[in-house]
Design a binder for this molecule. Structure first.
Ligand code: ADP
Length: 303
């Protein structure tokens, strides 16, 4: 027997009397916790599951967020494209309006040489076209945020008289009477040029949607420091169903389609009134007439 064998045999367990008999020990707390069904392992497994769920949820949210971001970027790009297109269109229209002014001035000039009655008619029509074009030009400027509003102290009654005077020939053609009721001086803080567009549109409608021998009355009064302009008529009136939409672009009363119009005049009135810090409202009864009320700010006290 060599040395290696001998040393191995020395380590053999002693199965003799001296052998230690091991009793099975009671499970330790640790064993209970880490056993395959123990609370610690179960807890760890549930934490791992929760973590996995959270990661999946986060990934889903990340994907949804990326999709939303992409959709927003696309919408923004589309908006920018539309704004650019609109600006380009506005520039084209503004250019066309500008170009039309020259031939119109020529027509107005020559109308003075034509026989009095016809010449005046041509001149009036050309003058009206000039006003419509100026109104459109200012509206496009306002839409593009380029309209310079220059409010000043104005005597509204006086201004109304001048504006309404320019509309008499249209009223006469329709056999409608135009009246201005402005006994007391009423001052407002407004841009006379922009107010002109407002009044011309409202009085124009009062005449257009009237009947023979109808009346359009323009009045002004002061209330709580504001100037209240009223343009009322005893014309065809507006159906109650249409009233909430009457200032919307292109809204026209169904039965009035035979009367020439674009459905844009009242939208312009609203835009210009609000630009001056005012408001506009309407009351109407079908078959009896309409009353438009424009409220303008009074003159600030520090001026
Ligand atoms: P347009 O007169 O060019 O159609 P507006 O925006 O000025 O456009 O008016 C919108 C619509 O409101 C008109 O088509 C008409 O049906 C109605 N309307 C406006 N003013 C009056 C009024 N004074 N009397 C009756 N209807 C009116």
């Amino acid at each position: 027997m060599n040395e290696k064998t001998s040393s191995l045999s020395q380590r053999q367990p002693d199965n003799g009397d001296r052998a230690i008999k091991r009793e099975p020990r009671a499970p330790l707390v640790f064993d209970v916790y880490v056993s395959p069904r123990g609370p610690l392992l179960e807890g760890l497994a549930s934490m791992a599951k929760k973590r996995k769920e959270t990661i999946t949820q986060l990934n889903d949210e990340k994907t949804a967020h990326a999709a939303t971001k992409e959709a927003l970027e696309m919408a923004l790009a589309e908006k920018n494209r539309l704004v650019e297109e609109l600006t380009a269109q506005r520039l084209v229209v503004a250019g066309m309006i500008h170009d039309l002014k020259t031939p119109l001035t020529v027509i107005i000039g020559y109308s003075e040489l034509v026989e009095k009655e016809y010449g005046q008619k041509i001149g009036n029509a050309a003058d009206r076209m000039t006003k419509i074009m100026a109104c459109m030009q200012d509206f496009f400027r306002a839409e593009g945020g380029m309209l310079k509003v220059r409010p000043q102290k104005i005597d509204v009654g006086e201004d109304l008289r001048v504006m309404v005077e320019l509309m008499h020939y249209i009223a006469d053609e329709k056999r409608v009477t135009l009246k201005v009721a402005a006994d007391k001086p009423v001052c407002a803080w407004a841009d006379p040029h922009i107010l002109h567009h407002v009044v011309i549109n409202l009085v124009g409608n009062g005449i257009k949607y009237n009947r023979e021998n109808g009346i359009v009355t323009v009045s002004v009064a002061e209330k709580d420091g504001s100037a209240i302009i009223s343009v009322s008529d005893n014309g065809i009136g507006i159906p109650a169903n249409d009233l909430p939409f009457i200032f919307d672009p292109y809204h026209r009363v169904e039965g009035n389609k035979g009367i020439e119009g674009s459905g844009l005049g009242l939208m312009v009135v609203k835009k210009f009134t609000e630009i001056m810090g005012g408001t506009v409202s309407v009351e109407s009864e079908l078959g009896k007439g309409s009353a438009f009320t424009v409220t303008l700010p009074g003159v600030p006290t520090e001026t």
